[in-house]
Design a protein around this ligand. Structure first.
Ligand code: F6P
Length: 372
């Protein structure tokens, strides 16, 4: 095994709280425990292509454990395996109205070689880690470190960023409750998570929602209205509904805000809270309002739990690299940090909430409606 002397870190895809805590843990472990040189690649694969590298030192990372975002910045548009061709003016080339793509991954591989980088730590979700797997196939020494507030990556029990987002969702529901109570309203909060309901489920339980609607359990709006009306009949005069952006009715589809061809995630979800609020207002006869929690869920400072989890992820990633176990992603199973091959992780469907699982049963026992 070639000696590891210099390593690089990059953050790709959408940001999430905890990225900086992982950057700090990787950098500190690499420098203090192993005496390595550490480089940061700015703006994900964009920086890999354009050689936007910076030096990471203990001073750079010492105080960033709780800071949201990424000091390395991020991009979710720069898939080097499918890179938009540009003309001499820098404009994207289109043919028959469609963007023309090329594979420029060799540029990334060469830039790593030129910089003398022996191992690459990639902090990202499924899109970013799919490219990570593809770079591993080209012989790059890749270690994946899974991030996302959605907690939907296969193989790992928890991704960092998820806990912080749960806190933001539950705190938002607490705030919506006080105004809902003053006006006797139904408050519908739309929660991120793409096609998975983890964040809505955990945030909804923590925020004492009356109804939680998630993609894994298609809902009947009449059932949700019945539950709210039954509560009103008992004297309650407000309701809190947490709806996942990817939730869908039994006989319908998720609400799509936009389709963006130039994004690795072309389907942009959003807007279901307004639909649900209108329907509940109609069916229950009480005023209803929709709040889209949006990117607030990804911003701000990192929870204590996520700071510890991220530190564990970062440390475990460096240990894996020093053992030469490349082409893997660090995961947590139960309370144990371990790893899974990127080939295995990327080949799998995203992780979904089990509609018959313990968490759903418990939530139902607490009186929460899933509209099923
Ligand atoms: O995957 C994380 C996530 O925040 C999703 O929950 C959400 O659907 C998406 O990213 C939003 O992406 P963007 O920041 O590109 O709007």
């Amino acid at each position: 095994m070639a000696e590891i002397k210099k390593v690089a870190i990059m953050t790709g895809g959408g940001d999430c709280p905890s990225l900086n805590a992982v950057i700090r843990a990787v950098t500190t472990t690499a420098i203090v425990k192993y005496g390595l040189e550490v480089v940061g690649i700015r703006r994900g694969y964009h920086g890999l292509y354009h050689k936007d590298f910076i030096s990471l030192t203990l001073d750079n990372v010492q105080e960033i454990i709780g800071e949201g975002g990424s000091i390395l910045k991020s991009s979710n548009k720069d898939n080097l395996f499918k890179y938009p061709v540009r003309d001499e003016n820098g404009d994207i080339v289109k043919k028959d109205g469609k963007i023309v793509y090329e594979n420029v991954s060799h540029v990334g591989v060469q830039n790593l070689k030129d910089e003398g980088i022996d191992a690459l730590f990639i902090l990202g979700g499924d899109g970013t880690l799919t490219s990570g797997r593809d770079f591993a196939r080209l012989g790059v020494n890749v270690i994946g470190i899974p991030k996302t507030i959605d907690n939907d990556l296969a193989c790992t029990d928890y991704t960092y960023g998820f806990d912080t987002a749960i806190g933001i969702v539950s705190n938002s529901l607490d705030r919506l409750r006080t105004t809902a109570k003053s006006h006797g309203r139904i408050m519908v909060a739309e929660v991120m998570g793409r096609g998975a309901g983890w964040l809505t489920l955990h945030g909804g339980i923590a925020g004492a929602a009356d109804a939680i609607l998630i993609p894994e359990i298609p809902y009947d709006i009449n059932k949700v209205a019945e539950k709210i009306k039954a509560d009103f009949a008992k004297g309650k005069d407000f309701a809190i509904v947490a709806v996942a952006e990817g939730a869908k009715p039994k006989d319908g589809e998720a609400v799509v805000l936009k389709v963006r061809e130039d994004s690795p995630d072309p389907i942009r979800l959003g807007g279901i809270a307004n639909v649900v609020a209108d329907q509940l207002e109609e069916l229950c006869g009480n005023e209803a309002r929709a709040t889209i929690l949006g990117h607030v869920q990804r911003g701000g400072s990192t929870s204590g739990h996520d700071r510890v989890l991220s530190s564990r992820y970062g440390y475990a990633a460096v240990e894996l690299a020093m053992q030469g176990k490349f082409g893997n992603m660090v995961i947590i199973k139960g309370d144990k940090m371990t790893y899974a091959s990127l080939e295995e992780v990327i080949g799998q469907e995203t992780k979904q909430v089990d509609p018959d699982g313990e968490l759903i049963k418990m939530a139902k026992a607490l009186g929460i409606s899933f509209g099923d």
